[in-house]
Design a protein around this ligand. Structure first.
Ligand code: HSE
Length: 348
């Protein structure tokens, strides 16, 4: 039976997921017996279409590539009853999707509209897979409890380090280890910017390039001021360490004060500036921060370049466990959604 999916938001991540589903269709079917049907897409800017038999994904991708509206979608199914223009809430409630991929824009201050989308999905008995940091950073336990109460899943691998397995690693293979501290590079945009600025690119040009490459948030202030990395630190603290922290508990600083002079001075000292997220269990709770650190080139994190991220888990039984991998990008984050969808498929 095909897994029926609705996409709320059809930006970089949703398009990345669709490209993967098209290019790996045969592989996913033969290896995992997995077949996906995107039944609905609803995007505030790009329009909305619902076909309970499943949409022609390539046509949807072509429409947005040509800056056309999804309302122009043409169904070639017989007896087609395609619906157009449904908003997110109606799409979540009334389509026949089993899984809602919440891929609307990220607002880590209010978490909306994503929190409402997730709640609506759970209350209607639908799984949520999301790379949106808002609900996970602000309301993780509430979302998790509501999902459990309704017997569905709330899966969020893509919220930290795109598709690189971080949360699933902790919940799966690392189960049984106590994690006492976590430290790493958690934002692809700023790591890419710092890497390219070292080669001589200007701040403005490299930020523009990071946006073109699909690394940056819709509002890149979230990246350069450290809010994105802060959201990931909160998610890791709450999911991995059950800490129940919020933004006021994180000492946050971005990269906007790092000048080209500071970068070249660091180079002369065999060092490099990196935006580092840290979480540490302390006597009375958790100490969490996001701030630029000047690391000697001998430090493992100093050599993580471009949009790549890296995260070290300090564990009681295994010592340090480090994962290095993609931290942002269209296919990389699209993949994070696929891996969580496959998790739901495996359990069915
Ligand atoms: N803007 C984010 C980053 C995207 O650059 O890391 C992935 O969360």
């Amino acid at each position: 039976m095909k897994t029926k999916i609705a996409l709320i938001g059809f930006g970089t991540v949703g398009q990345g997921l669709c490209e993967i589903l098209l290019s790996k269709e045969d592989y996913l079917k033969s290896k995992y017996g997995f077949e996906a049907s995107i039944v609905a897409i609803s995007d505030v800017l790009k329009g909305a279409v619902y076909c309970k038999e499943g949409l022609d994904i390539q046509q949807c991708l072509d429409l947005v590539k040509d800056a056309k509206n999804l309302d122009e979608y043409k169904c070639d199914g017989t007896n087609c009853n395609c619906e157009k223009g449904w908003d997110a809430i109606r799409t979540i409630k009334e389509t026949n999707a089993d899984i809602i991929c919440e891929l609307a824009y990220t607002d880590v201050k209010t978490g909306e509209p994503a929190i409402t989308h997730c709640k609506t999905a759970f209350e209607n008995g639908k799984h949520v897979v999301t790379s949106n940091k808002g609900p996970a950073a602000l309301k993780y336990s509430e979302m998790q409890n509501l999902a459990e109460k309704n017997n569905v899943k709330f899966l969020i691998e893509g919220t930290v380090m795109s598709g690189s397995p971080v949360l699933n690693l902790v919940n799966g293979p690392l189960a049984g280890c106590e994690i006492t501290a976590i430290k790493g590079i958690l934002n692809g945009t700023t790591n890419y910017m710092l890497s390219e600025m070292e080669k001589g690119m200007t701040y403005d040009n490299v930020l523009k390039k990071a946006q073109e490459l699909g690394y940056a948030e819709a509002d890149p202030t979230g990246d350069v001021e450290g809010f994105d990395a802060m959201a990931k630190v909160i998610i890791l603290s709450n999911v991995v360490m059950n800490a129940g922290i919020n933004a006021t508990d994180v000492d946050r600083q971005g990269i906007t004060n790092i000048t080209p002079e500071m970068i070249s001075d660091a180079k002369k000292e065999n060092s490099r500036w990196k935006l580092i997220g840290s979480i540490e269990k302390v006597k009375d709770g958790i100490k969490a921060s996001v701030k630029p650190e000047k690391l000697p080139l001998t430090h493992p994190l100093a050599n993580i370049m471009g949009a790549t991220n890296a995260l070290t888990f300090i564990t009681d039984l295994l010592g340090d466990v480090t994962i290095i991998g993609a931290g942002a990008g269209k296919i990389e984050t699209g993949y994070s959604i696929l891996t969580d969808i496959l998790e739901i498929h495996r359990k069915q």
